[in-house]
Design a protein around this ligand. Structure first.
Ligand code: NAD
Length: 272
């Protein structure tokens, strides 16, 4: 009986390993950012959700998460295309123990036709925002002697596809930034790593399926398997829960010496 209680207590404690930590997750009102925020909240971390909008739904999402996981959750609007706003997000929240740079956008076009404003926006949101948030977050992490920075890059941070010049350049840049930050803070209790997902079934990806079905005259399952997941050997989407689990692991003591590296979660894409 006693043994049973000890096991149960240990399980409950291990589920709340991040109690007392505060996490800021950029671009976290949907998809991967929200999935990671949910996993960190389930592990007991207080959460700051972010996006560039400021709607009732954004604040309701924060209240919902707080109720569901019994942790403090606030919503802070900040446009990650604006470096000053990115820094203000961190400073306004009073710093953080865990920083997840997740906000990202995409545009697909041949390089000669790639709109300059889309190039600039993708570089700003997917790459430069992480430079600004890291710079703003590191002083408090250094003072505390503990910190976790997780950059949500992509399989496209390690390999390329045609027509995604800005996205591939930004994600490769984010992997380089990850390594540099890791080296600058090595030995100070702070790690910096990049998660590189393959295709994840987020609302963004889901919304492309009907178009692809029409374009290829295929049913949903065939379009997913033969078109969308053609480069993902498992032929299965990555889930946001799986990415959340990797983020929680990177925040754990077991991952304290994992730094400056990339963790591919891509069903084998980058093994090809
Ligand atoms: P999503 O569109 O579902 O979510 C993006 C989030 O970023 C939303 O909350 C959105 O409001 C926010 N956002 C957009 N522009 C912003 C801005 N200017 N400032 C602040 N927030 C902003 O997308 P997702 O699929 O969840 O992608 C999240 C991250 O994961 C991105 O960095 C993306 O590149 C990366 N990623 C996605 C996939 C995939 O298959 N979905 C694969 C690899 C990497």
């Amino acid at each position: 009986m006693l043994r049973c209680n000890i096991t149960k207590d240990a399980t409950m404690t291990s589920r709340r390993v991040l109690e007392g930590r505060r996490a800021i997750v950029t671009g976290s009102t949907s998809g991967i950012g929200l999935g990671i925020a949910r996993s960190l909240a389930e592990a007991g971390a207080a959460i700051v959700l972010n996006s560039h909008t400021d709607t009732d739904e954004d604040h309701a999402l924060a209240r919902g998460l707080a109720d569901e996981f019994g942790v403090d959750v606030t919503y802070r609007s900040a446009d990650m295309s604006d470096g000053q706003a990115a820094r203000a997000l961190i400073e306004g929240a009073g710093g953080c123990d865990i920083l997840v740079n997740n906000a990202g956008v995409q545009h697909v076009a041949a390089i000669e036709e790639f709109p300059v404003e889309r190039w600039n926006a993708i570089l700003a949101i997917n790459l430069s925002s992480a430079f600004h948030t890291c710079a703003a977050a590191l002083p408090a992490m250094k003072a505390a002697g503990w910190g976790r920075i997780i950059n949500v890059a992509s399989a496209h941070g390690l390999t390329a596809s045609p027509y995604k010049a800005a996205y591939v350049a930004a994600k490769h840049g984010l992997v380089g930034l990850t390594k540099t930050v890791a080296l600058e803070v090595a030995g100070q209790g702070i790690t910096c790593n990049a998660i590189c997902p393959g295709y994840v079934l987020t609302p963004l990806v889901e919304s492309q399926i009907p178009d692809q079905m029409r374009q290829h005259n295929m049913d949903r399952d065939t379009v997913i398997r033969e078109v969308m997941l053609a480069r993902q050997p498992s032929r299965q989407f990555v889930t946001v829960e799986q990415l959340g689990g990797v983020a929680v692991f990177l925040c754990s003591e077991a991952a304290a010496q994992i730094t400056g590296t990339t963790i591919s979660v891509d069903g084998g894409w980058t093994a090809l």
